[in-house]
Design a protein around this ligand. Sequence first.
Ligand code: XLS
Ligand code: NI
Ligand code: NI
Length: 448
Amino acid sequence: MADLWNVDPIPFVGTSDLTQGLGFHYYQPDRVVAGKPMKDWLRFAVAYWHSFDQRLVDPFGDGTAQRPYDHVTDPMALALAKVDYAFEFYAKLGAGFFCFHDRDIAPEGDTLRETNANLDRVVDHIAELQADSGVKLLWNTSSLFTNPRFVSGAATSPFAEIYAYAAGQLKHSLEIAKRLGAENYVFWGGREGYENLWNTDLRREQDHQARFFRMCLDYAKEIGLDAQFLIEPKPKEPTTHQYDFDAATAIAFLKTYGLDDDFKLNLEGNHANLAGHTYQHEIRVARAAGMLGSLDANQGDKLIGWDIDEFPSDLYEATATMWEVLAEGSIGPHGGLNFDSKPRRTSFTEEDLFRGHIVGMDTYAAGLLIAAKLHEDGYIENLVADRYSSYDSGIGTTIEDGTATLTSLEAESLDAPQSALLAATHSDHLESVKATINNYIIAALAEG
Ligand code: XLS
Ligand code: NI
Ligand code: NI
């Protein structure tokens, strides 16, 4: 392996040295857990924008990042060089997938035609390295929010010229998805929302957005692109209100416009929190609708409101996430865990970029081990089955099969004593459920 990064390939070190930051303590790609190798459950992806473009800026300070390609100054040469660095990074980390926005990988020209030409040169190089390495494209997407032209949105822009430009840009992005064998294609509506309702025609903007998605589906069909389309919900930031607010809102939008058969959801931990939900909530809502597509693994900070995209380190959250994934059988039909995450500004070295991914991969590998142990024992399944068991016979069955009426249910209830009704509800023991989950976390990690 070339040595573009000043870091050796990351080894598995197990749990003997608990402080080794450049080794995996839990992640072993080929270890079989719950019937599948870890790497197939987790399908880790590196996010191009955070890992290779992001300079670690915040609203109050310049970038601090030190990257091994910083000496390259020509924008096109830099774009091409970064591809080499990126593929060596994937190999040293052992990540099988990557994700990118069109504008992450190549500089824009003055016209869309020039921009597409720049893009194609870099895509050619990516295609070569994908063929050499076997690393796959989990998804690509189009940045319809970075360039100033998208200041008022793209598919929801009040200005038809901008809408048209976005559509043209998207067309090429779908062609790239096809060329690079993308398994999914993501739509994150960064500026598809509003800043203020007084100057916004909400209904018209949503109709336009649905029309945009329909055109994308039609074009994908035309070119034979079979990537799973995904919407990534987020409630706000950069807009005051984003239309794909959360999983439930995105599902309602897709159903309203008859797009629900062709889309699933890409869910992000930090976005869930911004919407006032847990990550598990968003995943469960998507699962309930048959719409779990993929996961953007990151976490927010309890004390900071915005989307700060920390690498995930919260074991409890990773356990809940992987419990949902095990219950589902996979992360959606073609999903994976994309680290939509960046190191903190104080973690600016090359090594730190590896450390960030390592903690994320290890956290999810540990979450998988814990969740597998919970599933193996059927602890949660049994608990939930027991809690709803009154629907499995008698009056409960009549409710579920649709034969119950208000009159039949009233007859059951008129003379039922209060004490019996209250006793029937005591099946929960939520405090001991929480304690048991803690016990599973400790026991599974002790086993390693
Ligand atoms: C921003 C989003 C973005 C999407 C892809 O908050 O998470 O990074 O994942 O456009
Ligand atoms: Ni994301
Ligand atoms: Ni995000």
